[in-house]
Design a protein around this ligand. Structure first.
Ligand code: NAD
Length: 452
């Protein structure tokens, strides 16, 4: 690993990765490789956790291809110097900000969207002109091996290289000096990565998790609300970092909401037996999730097929913050429902807890919308939808506080792998005498007129 990192540093220092033509060619190669290997990508992820072709296309490959297209179309503008107005003290001079790639980067990915969450940061690293060592999750053996094969066979290891492995390999990587670390994963491991980065003063992007709330107001279009909620919650069997974690529904509409929720789950044919459910990634997580289901609070579902790692969409009611399911990020197809009468109370309860990665609000009221959006801090989210903010390539995606540091997608991704140099560019003449001593009365008066 050390040798590859050194080779990447040498390669980066040779300036090969900096010209736009090089970066564009690499982005186009990646685009073609992913397109040409779609069937293999499908087969591998299906083996890992039964992800269906439609979900793979929508939530993995589309997002990466969209990121690639946006980067290819906009790279020239992103990479161009940004003019900044100068001031009277420095007249005549030109000021500008110049983007430069940070250097050798490390990208660490999670298992839940193994392609998207490993490849989208690679797109950003390539666009910025960095080299990258990539460490996908060890839990999705087939998808991660395929990423390694596709990247390592199509790119020089001096430029991009995938390393496979788990905690020991990641720990060894984190001991090395990188110029940028881009981590996607859990909050506890995010803290480990941040500490390791601090030893080398390496800048980080941390894309973490947390419990993302849904608030459903009395005035929402309840049928559509439920349809969008069920889609977002049970997509990938709830194993989505921005999945709705729990619901706060206004008490006056709770009964109707629960009735619609049950009907919608049935309509979508989410059943243990019919092959429509994405599997839970491993036995440990299946058992962990099964233990979060309090049988006394099950309103719908609750069945678990441990052998096949399947869990039926499960609704829990009469839930309180003391329940086990409310003590950790669920990351599975279990939806706890709590009720409220007063929005202020909901806001207070969310604000008392770690800042969520996402928040979803369903309402027709502008006033409610403004209140929630301006008073609650969270990474990003939707009004009257779930999840879909991540699908807009031009919207920065990231967390805040416990849910992460920094953001990416589109230009934000480019920025996260770049340093912005500030340049003051001056001609040799003229050179006004004012700043040089001796400081005469006239000079002091001139300075006073500038200050006052
Ligand atoms: P994880 O933190 O367990 O693992 C992520 C990566 O870190 C893996 O590559 C793993 O090999 C490595 N790793 C694990 N333990 C480590 C250790 N002790 N030292 C060094 N490296 C270690 O996360 P996960 O289970 O793969 O993913 C689920 C979590 O990721 C959830 O919390 C979810 O919310 C979060 N997530 C966040 C985003 C986002 O974009 N913000 C996206 C997906 C997942």
């Amino acid at each position: 690993m050390k040798e590859i990192i050194e080779q990447q540093r040498e390669y980066f220092n040779s300036n090969v990765t900096k010209p736009l033509s090089f970066r564009l060619a690499a982005l186009k190669t990646l685009k073609k490789v992913l397109k040409d290997n779609q069937n293999q990508l499908d087969a591998a992820i299906k083996k890992d956790f039964g992800k269906q072709r439609f979900e793979n296309l929508l939530t993995e490959l589309y997002v990466v291809q969209d990121d690639l297209t946006v980067a290819i179309d906009n790279l020239e503008v992103w990479a161009s110097n940004k003019p900044i107005p100068t001031n009277v003290l420095n007249d005549p001079s030109t000021c500008y900000i110049m983007a430069e790639p940070l250097g050798v980067s490390l990208i660490i990915g999670p298992w839940n969207y193994p392609y998207q969450l490993t490849l989208a940061p690679i797109v950003a690293a390539i666009a910025a002109g960095c080299t990258a060592i990539i460490k996908p999750s060890e839990l999705t053996v087939n998808s991660s091996s395929l990423i390694a094969k596709l990247i390592n066979e199509n790119f020089d290891s001096k430029y991009l290289h995938v390393v496979l492995g788990g905690i020991p390999e990641t720990t060894a990587l984190l001991e090395q000096k990188f110029d940028k670390i881009f981590f996607t994963g859990s909050v506890p491991v995010g803290k480990i990565v941040y500490q390791a980065a601090a030893k080398h003063l390496t800048p980080v992007t941390l894309e973490l998790g947390g419990k993302s709330p849904v608030i459903i107001m009395e005035d929402s279009d309840l049928e559509l609300t439920v349809k969008r909620l069920v889609w977002g919650k049970f997509l990938n069997s709830g194993q989505t970092c921005i999945a709705p974690d729990y619901v706060f529904v206004h008490s006056k509409i709770e009964n109707k909401f629960l009735e619609l929720l049950t009907t919608e789950i049935k309509t979508r044919e989410y059943k243990l037996e019919n092959g429509n459910l994405v599997q839970i990634v491993n036995d440990r997580n299946t058992t962990r999730l099964a233990n979060l289901i309090d049988p006394g609070k099950v309103h719908y579902g609750g069945k678990v097929d441990v052998k096949n790692r399947l869990i039926e969409p499960t609704i829990l009611t009469n839930v309180t913050w003391d329940d086990k399911v409310m003590q950790e990020e669920i990351f599975g197809p279990i939806l706890p429902v709590m009720t409220f009468n007063n929005l202020k109370e909901v806001i207070r309860q969310i604000k008392e807890r770690p800042k969520p990665l996402a928040l979803y609000l369903f309402t027709k009221s502008e006033e409610t919308k403004n209140k929630v959006l301006s008073e609650v801090s969270f990474g990003g989210g939707c009004v009257n939808d779930t999840i879909m903010h991540i699908s807009v390539g031009a919207l920065p995606f990231g967390g805040v506080g416990d849910s992460g540091i920094g953001s990416y997608h589109g230009e934000e991704g480019f920025k996260s792998f770049s340093h912005y140099k500030s340049i003051l560019d001056k001609p040799f003449t003229p050179e006004p005498e004012i700043k040089f001593s001796p400081y005469t009365t006239e000079k002091i008066q001139m300075m006073e007129s500038l200050v006052n």
